[in-house]
Design a protein around this ligand. Structure first.
Ligand SMILES: *Cc1c(COP(=O)(O)O)cnc(C)c1O
Length: 223
């Protein structure tokens, strides 16, 4: 498994470096999250040995199990849908949450983090494709919601997360995301991350201005 992961990571880093160059950035300017959902502890340990330290998980139970079985240096990113009844586990184990998208869940996360004296990093998920089936707040509500999240004592607002639809609208939605993020940063300079791009579209995302990508299958293989 090590050989395969090593090849995958090397080739991914070359592609990131190449895409970064077109926007005058380097490999090191792009925050890479290795999405390890549905992959086992051995996959994570191997990737960690190869220098990866940020892992993305979608399910609270899976995050808990993995976090309890791996050393503390790993940085966990929760990127799945948030349910109130899972807020406690997620607050305990995640270092970052990318999917804050409503007041009720922001309140709950803040409350749980307060109980354990923790400040959690968070991105607001924005529904950039405006599909009713997708999570995330509407782009026009971002600034007001960001003000709310930013005022919370135990949440550190770090940016936005988007999942542009694949296909012909992909690039347009990425450009819209970039503009929206610039607007956010003009008011909240510390919200510096635009979390955008997966296995299918990370190169377009970087060229469009993303500085944080979430890549699963290209590193770990098909799920
Ligand atoms: C699963 C997932 C990813 C990773 O997708 P890949 O196609 O495996 O790169 C990224 N972001 C979110 C929100 C996901 O759920």
């Amino acid at each position: 498994m090590r050989k395969e992961l090593e090849t995958n990571i090397n080739s991914l880093e070359l592609k990131i470096a190449k895409a970064s160059k077109t926007v005058s950035k380097n490999l090191g300017d792009i925050f890479l999250i290795a999405v390890s959902k549905k992959k086992n502890i051995e996959h994570i340990r191997t990737a960690q040995n190869l220098g990866i330290n940020n892992f993305g998980e979608n399910y609270a139970q899976e995050l808990e199990e993995k976090a309890n079985n791996i050393d503390e240096n790993v940085c966990w990113h929760f990127i799945g849908p948030l349910q109130s009844n899972k807020a406690k586990i997620i607050s305990k184990y995640a270092d970052w949450i990318h999917t804050i998208d409503r007041k009720k869940i922001a309140d709950k996360i803040n409350e749980e983090c307060k109980k354990i004296n923790k400040i959690i990093n968070a991105c607001i998920q924005v529904n950039i494709s405006n599909e009713s089936t997708k999570s995330g707040i509407n782009p026009e509500n971002l600034m007001i919601f960001a003000k709310y999240v930013d005022s919370m004592e135990n949440i550190n607002l770090k940016g936005i997360m988007v999942l542009p639809s694949l296909g012909e609208n992909n690039k347009k939605q990425m450009q819209d995301s970039k503009l929206l993020h610039e607007k956010l940063v003009s008011v909240f300079p510390h919200a510096e991350y635009l979390s955008m791009g997966t296995t299918n579209d990370f190169e377009t995302a970087i060229v469009s201005g993303s500085n944080m990508i979430r890549v699963g299958e290209l590193i770990f293989g098909k799920r």
